[in-house]
Design a protein around this ligand. Structure first.
Ligand code: V47
Length: 371
């Protein structure tokens, strides 16, 4: 890759000119990680200054029983498998309450596509949680789950979202996007929502005032150009709705999946993917390095490569850990703070929709501003 081409791209970024597909493909094919990282860092600092966001949250997976059985997923089970589980609404409440003492502000709930649970179960989970913990934001159900709930309930996507919102749903997580490409989805997840359906759920949610995130699962069958097409589809929808908050690239963990012969993307590739995402997704406010999947070391470094968010305390993580993740399942607020301090960034504890809860002080290592 000639430095000249990268220089031209750098000039575009400097002027605030949107990158073309060709520019994005050039970036992702370049090995000049440090240069690309510096460009991404500049954009990050323009958008969010010296802040590094995190939140205090708990993940809950209602069931691992799933009719989709995607090839990249090590978490899902068939109904009759020995380790299949489904939580009752009471069990969900116990799990949620157990994280209260951490000071959680968010519940992140995603699950398998269960063959028998009725839509009322999901409404019940949300409304009981809302009643029990009115101050905690409920971020729940990927666009794939919403499309599935519409199918099993015979309600439209819009009606499903309205009912969930009325029950207490606050926003949607970004999962289930995988690679927004027909060829890839046919190969790795043919039984679930198509790219168009995923985007349509997000469009509908945004139009109803529900914010969401967006992910990309990379490092399996896709080409680098298909990753770029994925980013461009997200950028296109964001131009239309403005409803995406953060983009979260997820490196594929192959262990225990039906795609065991792929190698987990390593640090260099992960940092480059994060940096390229920051540069291409000019209309996304935030780029998140989900530390569970990136590992703490890469997550920390990524704060200098375009990333401004590390996700949260999590408490219990099953999806990546079923697939061989070597990270812990949870982290204390204090550990996240130390990790951020060491990079020179200012740790900012946020809520799900990026309202600032606390800004921490680099010098005194304590709370500077509390809202
Ligand atoms: O949808 C499944 C992916 C997603 C594997 O919105 C895998 O704030 C790697 O979406 N290796 C769930 N990835 C996680 C997710 C997420 C995480 C953190 C924050 C947010 C947010 C969203 O994980 C799934 C799928 O795309 N996934 N299997 C695997 N073997």
């Amino acid at each position: 890759m000639s430095k000249g081409t990268l220089k031209e791209i750098a000039e575009k970024i400097e002027e605030g000119t949107r990158l073309s597909k060709a520019d994005a493909v050039t970036l992702i094919n370049s090995d000049d990680l440090i240069y690309i990282g510096q460009l991404a860092n500049k954009v990050k600092e323009k958008k969010t200054g010296n802040y590094a966001y995190f939140n205090v949250n708990r993940h809950i997976n209602l069931t691992n029983i799933c009719v989709s059985r995607c090839k990249f997923c090590a978490f899902s089970r068939d109904k009759n498998d020995n380790d299949a589980y489904t939580m009752t609404v009471d069990e969900v409440l116990v799990a949620a309450r157990s994280a209260r003492h951490f000071g959680i502000t968010e519940l992140h709930i995603v699950s398998g596509l269960h063959p028998d649970l009725p839509f009322d179960y999901y409404l019940g989970v949300i409304s009981r949680l809302r009643e029990a913990m009115p101050d905690v934001h409920i971020k729940a159900f990927t666009a794939v789950e919403i499309a599935y709930l519409a199918k099993i309930s015979n309600f439209s996507i819009k009606d499903v979202l309205i009912q969930l919102k009325n029950a207490g749903l606050g926003s949607l997580p970004g999962g289930g996007a995988e690679i927004l490409n027909h060829r890839i989805r046919e190969a790795v997840c043919p039984k679930k929502a198509s790219s168009e359906e995923w985007l349509e759920v997000m469009r509908t949610a945004h139009n109803l005032g529900l914010k969401s995130n967006a992910t990309m699962l990379y490092g399996h069958m896709e080409t680098l150009e298909e990753r770029i097409d994925h980013l461009l589809r997200l950028r296109g929808l964001q131009d239309e709705t403005g409803g995406f908050q953060t983009f979260i690239p997820l490196p594929f963990h192959p262990q225990n999946t039906q795609l065991p012969y792929f190698k987990k993307p390593a640090a260099f590739e992960n940092l480059k993917m994060l940096a390229v995402s920051r540069l291409v997704l000019d209309n996304f406010p935030h780029i998140k390095a989900f530390w569970i999947m990136q590992g703490l070391k890469v997550a920390q470094l990524s704060l200098l490569f375009g990333v401004d968010d590390l996700d949260g305390t999590v408490v219990e993580e099953k999806i990546t850990h079923s697939a061989g993740a070597d990270t812990d399942q949870s982290i204390y607020r204090e550990e996240l703070l130390e990790l951020i301090y060491a990079t020179g960034r200012v740790p900012v504890e946020r809520d799900t929709v990026y309202n600032v809860i606390r800004i921490y002080d680099q010098e005194k290592k304590g709370v500077l501003i509390e809202t």
